[in-house]
Write a protein that binds this ligand. Structure first.
Ligand code: C2O
Ligand code: CU
Ligand code: CU
Length: 488
């Protein structure tokens, strides 16, 4: 572990000095990519085609390789890709139909950023058997493959797959190992939400480049941030759209940055759900904050925007002069008929009842080096040990888990806590009921600095080892993770 961090620190120091001298072309943005805002078209990751199908199962093949991407015009950016691209291809899965994905690891022994070439794949939000969950030490060694089975016996939702290897998840994701996994069913189809070309996944990731166009990763202990925004792998793209409603499945796929999403014209939009699928009813908001790994399933109605005009999606957590303020631009270029709707009710939501919980467990989040940096992040005072089981919930029972964020005197940080294998509901955040947008099924809860959160969940179907961890990926790699086993 120490060796990796020393290597990364050395690389980071070199990268940081290069990043201080960005080449600026006329009209270029001030971020390290040098790409002018809204000059690159949005990329929509291709949908992966099964290699074969049976009456019950779709079989897929993917490979992980180190390759290059064209992110900055005239430059070539080394990446770690799924099927040669980042984000990886989108898997479209159907509730009740199993997906079996064979991942081949074609990476060298040491990859970009000095990270290990061994990988692990995790379907984030997936309700899967332990053996297919991507436990951090269930390696796919370089030159090997592993098959993951995703039963898709869960509510339809916006899921994503990404690397989860012990100690090096953060650089692997930074350099490209993430993609969408969209799970749908006939009930959701029947709602007549915007679909087809009008349903678009958007993953937001901040990155940093050096002058030759390579990604710069320093592995800073508090969480890596970049100064350039990528949406679906493109720097501040534009998206030519029709004057009508669109459904966007938005993922904060950043290592550690939070975004408060809002539109430049101040218009409201409807939140249909977050990580675990649809809310009982849509919630109208003018902004929504996403911590790392959180998703927002939203409908934006552009029918009030004149053809020839545009609307910018912004991150209002930062000031208007920040290079991560403008995320992407919607150019309304045409009209289109729109027979889609956002129904007043979406799907009945079963509320878990605190009275049904057999226990409440408390997990204290701490560690970190504060402003000194470099310290291990901990859960209940301990660094992640893949052999130490810190909770053993019984299959079929409901539990409440309480996260308390003790923080440090300085550099106190929020911790977006994620639990594998289950979807949960938030009971409260620092004692207050969650916002209506956050009151449905979720798999990540942002535990505020100095605050707490309680979530409730039921452990069903699978026994075995899983993890809970902070989804600030540098916190995760620096040990803010713990193993729990679901036991019979
Ligand atoms: Cu998205 Cu355990 O992670
Ligand atoms: Cu997960
Ligand atoms: Cu954290």
């Amino acid at each position: 572990m120490a060796t990796r961090r020393e290597v990364l620190k050395a690389l980071g120091a070199a990268g940081a000095s290069a990043a201080l001298l960005p080449l600026k072309a006329f009209g270029a943005s001030n971020d390290s990519s040098g790409v002018a805002s809204f000059t690159q078209p949005l990329n929509i990751p291709p949908v992966l085609t099964p290699t074969s199908t049976t009456s019950s199962t779709d079989y897929y093949d993917m490979q992980m390789t180190q390759t290059t991407a064209s992110i900055i015009p005239g430059k070539s950016t080394p990446i770690i890709g799924y099927n040669g691209m980042t984000p990886g291809p989108t898997i479209k899965a159907r509730v009740g139909r199993e997906a079996v994905v064979n991942f081949y690891n074609g990476l060298p022994a040491t990859t970009l950023g000095g990270a290990t070439g061994n990988t692990v794949v995790h379907l984030h939000g997936g309700h899967t058997a332990s053996a297919s969950d991507g436990f951090p030490t269930d390696y796919i060694n370089t030159g090997s493959n592993r098959t993951y089975t995703y039963p898709n016996n869960q509510l339809p939702a916006t899921l994503w797959y990404h690397d989860h290897v012990m100690n090096d998840t953060a650089p692997h994701v930074w350099y490209g190992l993430a993609g969408f996994y969209l799970l749908t069913d006939s009930v959701e189809d029947g709602l007549n939400l915007p679909s087809g070309a009008y349903e678009v996944p958007l993953v937001i990731q901040d990155r940093r480049f050096n002058t030759s166009g390579a990604l710069v990763y320093s592995g800073t202990n508090n969480g890596e941030t970049g100064d350039a925004v990528l949406v679906n792998g493109v720097v501040q793209p534009y998206f030519n759209i029709a004057k009508r409603k669109y459904r966007f499945r938005i993922l904060n796929g950043s290592n550690s940055r939070l975004y408060r999403l809002a539109l430049s014209n101040g218009q409201s939009f409807k939140v249909l759900g977050m990580e675990g699928g649809l809310l009982a009813a849509p919630v109208t908001v003018t902004s929504i904050t996403l911590a790392p790994a959180e998703r927002a399933d939203v409908v934006i109605d552009f029918s009030g925007i004149a053809v020839g005009s545009n609307v910018t999606l912004r991150n209002t957590l930062v000031g208007s002069t920040s290079t991560v303020y403008n995320l992407m631009r919607f150019n309304v270029t045409t009209t289109a008929t729109d027979t889609s709707v956002v129904p007043a009710t979406l799907r009945p939501l079963t509320r878990l009842n605190a009275a049904d919980a057999v226990t409440t467990r408390t997990f204290t989040l701490g560690g970190g080096g504060g402003m000194m940096g470099g310290g291990t992040w901990t859960i209940n005072g301990a660094a992640f040990n893949p052999n130490t089981v810190i909770a053993s919930p019984r299959l079929g029972t409901t539990e409440i888990w309480r996260f308390t964020n003790s923080g440090m005197m300085m550099g106190n940080m929020n911790h977006p806590m994620h639990i594998h294998g289950v979807m949960f509901q938030i009971l409260d955040i620092s004692g207050a009921a969650p916002a209506a947008t956050h009151a449905g099924w979720k798999d990540t809860v942002d535990v505020p600095a100095g605050g707490s959160a309680r979530v409730i969940m039921k452990f069903t179907d699978y026994t075995g080892k899983y993890v809970l961890h902070c989804h600030n990926l540098e916190h995760e790699d620096n040990a803010m993770m713990a193993r729990f086993d679901v036991v019979p």
